[in-house]
Design a protein around this ligand. Structure first.
Ligand code: SF4
Length: 278
């Protein structure tokens, strides 16, 4: 693990996304703590003299790539707030989601002598982009991507996404379209790599079939996928073990057997059958 992260820099801790299956907010907190620019730049300078460093930082990130210096405008309101997510079901109006401090930090890191390129390897939260503000995405595509940009829509079906506390898939379609447009404008042949989860509580085989159809229609060949492993302290685990949404008391379908889980996961790879038919 150390080999993987030794040339990467953590910019912040915590996450206010509140995804149902994730423990980050349970063990790092919902409020983001960001490092000072000075502290980050000192670490970057220290990395430049490490043995084996060739000028490439593998990641400038955190639990999510783009929550640096973000949080509530009115902190008193946040202290009284009981929302598990600042982004779901819709971004909070009190949330400061300005990407400029992060863009400025990327640029300062890239000016450090000895740095040839810094990559963004952490997942990007695209539900943090303002409706018409794609400057951050353009900056990342232009300067910080090795050819593949990872994002996590996690599913295509809104019923499942709601239980995951993730935004509608319509937002991913917009991102995909915008990503393609920026790449064309910049003359770059890059790929968007979406992550998906099968067997999340509420996800049926029909949902997986629809996921398969939708992602093939968008010409994705899925590879970054996982079958849910219920993790302690998460809402997903509560639903997995009880078969109920604890907020509403509604019954939730859960694929628990190995066979059900295997079948759900197999839908990720339907695109391989299309290829064989050709
Ligand atoms: S008030 Fe808004 S920004 Fe603050 S913690 Fe609650 S949801 Fe997040």
């Amino acid at each position: 693990a150390y080999e993987m992260i030794k040339f990467s820099v953590n910019l912040h801790r915590g996450c206010f996304g509140g995804c149902s299956f994730c423990t980050i907010s349970a063990h790092q907190g919902k409020f983001v703590s960001s490092r000072s620019e000075r502290s980050v730049l000192d670490e970057v300078r220290a990395i430049t003299v490490m043995p084996g460093f060739k000028g490439y930082l593998s990641d400038l990130g955190g639990p999510s790539a783009n929550m640096y210096r973000m949080g509530g405008r009115n902190e008193a309101l946040c202290r009284r707030c009981s929302r598990p997510s600042c982004l779901f079901p819709a971004p909070c109006r009190n949330l400061r989601n300005d990407h400029r401090p992060l863009i400025e930090l990327y640029r300062r890191v890239d000016r450090v002598p000895g740095i040839k390129k810094s990559f963004i390897g952490s997942g990007i939260r695209y539900d943090l982009f303002e409706k018409d503000d794609w400057e951050y995405l353009r900056e990342v595509i232009r300067r910080h991507v090795s050819g593949r940009l990872k994002v996590a829509p996690e599913h295509t079906e809104d019923g499942v996404l709601k239980l995951m506390r993730k935004p509608s898939f319509a937002l991913f379609r917009t991102l995909n379209e915008r990503f393609g447009r920026i790449c064309r404008e910049e003359g770059l042949n890059y790929q968007l790599i979406p992550y998906f989860i099968s067997s999340h509580p509420g996800c049926t085989e029909r949902d997986m079939r629809r996921l398969s159809d939708e992602t093939r229609r968008l010409h994705f060949r899925l590879e970054q996928v996982q079958d849910l492993t219920p993790t302690p302290m998460t809402l997903s685990s509560v639903m997995f073990y009880t078969g109920e949404n604890p907020y509403t008391g509604e019954k939730v379908y859960v694929a628990r057997s190995q066979e059900e889980k295997r079948r759900q996961k197999s839908y990720f790879f339907e695109w391989q059958k299309d290829r064989r038919k050709k």
